[in-house]
Design a binder for this molecule. Sequence first.
Ligand SMILES: Nc1ncnc2c1ncn2[C@@H]1O[C@H](COP(=O)(O)OP(=O)(O)OP(=O)(O)O)[C@@H](O)[C@H]1O
Ligand SMILES: [Mg+2]
Length: 405
Amino acid sequence: MHKSGWKCCKRAGRVRAVAEITLDRLAKVYPDGTRAVVGLDMEVADGEFVVFVGPSGCGKTSALRMIAGLEEITEGTVTIGGEVVNELPPKNRDVAMVFQNYALYPHMSVFDNMGFALKMRGFERGEIARRVNDAAKALGLVEVLRKRPRTLSGGQRQRVAMGRAIVREPQAFLMDEPLSNLDAKLRVQMRAEIARIQRSLGTTTIYVTHDQSEAMTLGDRVAVMRRGELQQLDPPQRLYEEPVNLFVAEFIGSPAMNLVEAVLAWENGAARVRFGEHELPLDAETLTRRPGLASYDGRRLALGIRPEDLGDAALEGVPEDRRIPVTIDLREDMGAEVFLHFGVDATAVETEDVKEAQEDDVAQGLRFIARVARESRAREGERIDLSIDTRRLRFFDLETGQAIL
Ligand SMILES: Nc1ncnc2c1ncn2[C@@H]1O[C@H](COP(=O)(O)OP(=O)(O)OP(=O)(O)O)[C@@H](O)[C@H]1O
Ligand SMILES: [Mg+2]
């Protein structure tokens, strides 16, 4: 059954094709001149779950549709399972798409909705029944197989849409914001479900979303895109710990990384970083780990502080020089933790990339957020000391936006 050139592997007792997906200098220019995707290079390993994430219009859907064969490729190649598929029509690419707007056939039962594509492809009834029943078990749809879509809940309908993709046993799943029509709670449930099903099937998956928390929880690796260009492709933890530039730093993480213009001053081999009225020493460890900082003596740069690297100093025994005095202007009790908002009298980092990465257009000015332990007694209007984990500070070049390493 397998096309020549495919390798096979055995998983869960079933023989299936090894389906790595390779994008080589992939580009999309629409007829009106819009450059939606620019020089996209990427290898998605067999069985891997890769998420494309980025703000609206960054080219996620365009990239996915070129892989699926729904959009003509302007430049570059798409290779699936070792075969260049540029010229193959979608139905011959052996990939299954799941969209946000999945239209189920209203007059067909759930069973027929799920089995329809197989029927059209001439599968035998027995095989269709086997596949639909297997998928229904995995998706918790066994009880509703005879029902019509309109009698189902939103979550169940989304599951049927997933089921239609699963029964095809494709080489890869391509999903474009499949959960964005669901309410927040259901979305979190369904994303856990998608992760579980993908792991058990081991099918290569590319998933598109603009929601960074969805990307971080689902992806083995996450591809952050901006203006058609790949910024960084890394496992979630690495993306969070070592963002390669200001855009990724601002886009990944919620609440976002606090960013401020700062000046670095070196003296006798030690360095201090100054922003507004505050000044902090940099650890020898930080300086060894980021030798690039040596060339920033006396220069302005962007300083990044993750909210959780700030603490309520009253709860911790931190040295005097690792604290900053701030006035709390908002306290948000989140249950497990507390967000403390405060202003910093310094220059905000408002480069184009940072603005684009911000979730809303509201100019944030220089509002910082500290994510502190729920035991904190800090009150609004109060002046308190916050501790800073100086080992975890991040630095970026203001001109290029690149992380200083
Ligand atoms: N058919 C088209 N013709 C011209 N321009 C298009 C077309 N489709 C998309 N674009 C443009 O290409 C760019 C990328 O669009 P795309 O839909 O791929 O982005 P996206 O990341 O999926 O965005 P969203 O998060 O809003 O879905 C945008 O500037 C968009 O306006
Ligand atoms: Mg899109």
